[in-house]
Design a protein around this ligand. Structure first.
Ligand SMILES: Cc1cc2nc3c(=O)[nH]c(=O)nc-3n(C[C@H](O)[C@H](O)[C@H](O)COP(=O)(O)OP(=O)(O)OC[C@H]3O[C@@H](n4cnc5c(N)ncnc54)[C@H](O)[C@@H]3O)c2cc1C
Ligand SMILES: NC(=O)c1ccc[n+]([C@@H]2O[C@H](COP(=O)([O-])OP(=O)(O)OC[C@H]3O[C@@H](n4cnc5c(N)ncnc54)[C@H](O)[C@@H]3O)[C@@H](O)[C@H]2O)c1
Length: 442
């Protein structure tokens, strides 16, 4: 069969990175995107970039409240939104430029038959197909999303003024980041969730300190609460909990996870289950030469994972025989304020669940001068090693944890044992030196 393209990329989120690499290798590529102005996808337009921009601004407001500063600082949301829009426009233009040798096909694409995508009346065929259709917010049954009173992160990241009060439902990445954001800029914030701890898969000391940090930010915590119904009423949002009690808030942000976009698959050759598009360890679907990467395959919902997956697939197609990706070595993090949480490799909760022998080293940062002057009093460093003293993973809770964890990541990638990891002499005074101490104590 003759194909129009070597590769058709369906969805222009992190998939675009694969299209750029493949087109530079002179493969003929098409990228089908329903909204080309949103090239770069959720990460650029509704996710990583705007949320981290907001958190950086909020952290400045939070830090300015320290006793040794005078005066008060407030965040001009409309100005921040303007800056964000300008930044996103520049970034989208840069992506367009990188895609200059990729055919951008505008339209909602559907895989109607193997190698065949229909997009708003156009048909494109590809020798290979890479699906990267992303995910969208999941709204639990009983909650009526209306984009004004009951909202998701999409509305928060396009907000031009603050609500007087907000309740956030969900204790995952979005819930904790948004609670940190709103509380730091002075919005009365409530966090509602179904369990009794925060970061419940993290090391217990980190989980305990994450709770203390939320309290210190002034967030009202409502653990063990399950929302049965929530919808817009005269006085804001009316919430009924499963124990029958009622509650009113002006706005409810629902942050209870995201579900893969799988509707583009309309051919049984590509299997879909409740986690997303089914793929093997090479991201190949149940149909040969058809791949699914990023949020839509239900493996990890992280931009750097989506990018690594699509580049891995393109390298396979190019015949480079890349080393398989170890998704357990992908850094995961939640940007809470001031300490954020980052994790890579194995964790105590996972090791105990599987009954694996391990050694852990835990370094709390309270009382140390540098963490004290840099908002890291509640910080904790944890590293894990196996019976043969090889590094298995680590968890970091401190300002900038998502950067500091790179030390553990490199130790994992290099398959280092404790002796090798201890060779480093990291700078003083820093947070990373406490990680060095954690290796020393293993
Ligand atoms: C608030 C928030 C904050 C986040 N922060 C971080 C963070 O700090 N770090 C991190 O790593 N991750 C973060 N994420 C997650 C990250 O954004 C996603 O994991 C990442 O964007 C997934 O990339 P993707 O390419 O799989 O999907 P997407 O980026 O969602 O891209 C999918 C693309 O496909 C298009 N599309 C969908 N269906 C069709 C169709 N049928 N036809 C044509 N086009 C279609 C969409 O328009 C979109 O452009 C965050 C997410 C959110 C919501
Ligand atoms: N810093 C980052 O890397 C970052 C930041 C934001 C988002 N993200 C990505 O975006 C994805 C979505 O974020 P999220 O916070 O919405 O999802 P999440 O999976 O991180 O957390 C969802 C939370 O909602 C709860 N929940 C699930 N179903 C529920 C239900 N029916 N009722 C009540 N509670 C329920 C879960 O207990 C969970 O704690 C994440 O998987 C994450 O990978 C990443």
């Amino acid at each position: 069969m003759e194909y129009d393209y070597d590769i058709v990329f369906l969805g222009g989120g992190l998939n675009y990175a694969g299209a750029v690499v493949a087109s530079k290798a002179r493969l003929k590529c098409a990228l089908v995107e329903k909204n080309p102005a949103h090239l770069g996808g959720t990460c650029l337009h509704n996710g990583c970039i705007p949320s981290k921009m907001y958190l950086a601004a909020a952290d400045t407001v939070r830090a300015s409240k320290k006793a040794h500063f005078s005066g008060s600082l407030s965040l001009d949301m409309a100005k921040l939104d303007e800056e964000k829009e300008a930044l996103l426009a520049r970034a989208t233009k840069a992506i367009m430029k990188q895609c200059e040798n990729v055919e951008i096909v505008e339209g909602e694409g559907v895989l109607t038959a193997p190698h065949t995508i229909e997009a708003d009346g156009k048909t494109v065929t590809g020798r290979y197909v890479i699906i990267g259709t992303g995910s969208r917010p999941f709204i639990p049954e009983g909650i009526v999303y209306d984009s004004h009173s009951v909202i998701t992160s999409d509305e928060v990241l396009n907000m031009r003024e603050f609500p007087e009060r907000i309740a956030i439902y969900g204790d995952g990445a979005i819930g904790l980041e948004m609670a940190s954001f709103f509380a730091s800029v002075g919005v009365e914030t409530e966090l509602i969730w179904r369990h009794d701890t925060l970061l419940r898969k993290a090391h217990p000391k980190i989980s305990e300190n994450a709770m203390k940090q939320m309290e210190a930010l002034g967030v009202t915590l409502l653990p063990d609460h399950s929302i049965e119904t929530a919808k817009k009423a005269k006085k804001g949002v009316h919430i009924r909990f499963s124990d029958g009690s009622e509650h009113h808030v002006p706005k409810l942000l629902v942050a209870t996870g995201r579900r893969p976009n799988v509707e583009a698959v309309r051919n049984d050759a590509v299997a879909v289950d409740k986690r997303g598009i089914v793929t093997d360890e090479h991201f190949e679907t149940t149909c040969k030469d058809h791949y699914a990467v990023g949020d839509c395959n239900g493996k990890l919902q992280l931009a750097h994972a989506a990018r690594a997956e699509v580049l891995y697939v393109v390298r396979q197609i190019l015949g480079e025989k890349p080393e398989p990706l170890n998704l357990n070595h992908v850094v995961k993090f939640i940007h809470t304020l001031p300490c954020s949480y980052a994790v890579v490799g194995e964790t105590r909760s996972e090791l105990e669940k599987r009954g694996v022998e391990y050694k852990e080293s835990v370094v709390p940062l309270s009382g140390l001068p540098f963490p004290h002057t840099h908002d890291g009093d509640l910080g904790v460093m944890v590293v894990y090693a196996d019976e043969d003293r090889f590094i298995m993973g680590g968890e970091v809770f401190c300002p900038g944890a998502e950067e500091i964890i790179a030390v553990v990541s490199m130790a994992l990638a290099g398959e280092m044992d404790v002796k090798l990891a201890r060779r480093t002499i990291l700078a003083h005074p820093t947070f990373s030196e406490s990680l060095e101490r954690a290796f020393d104590r293993l």
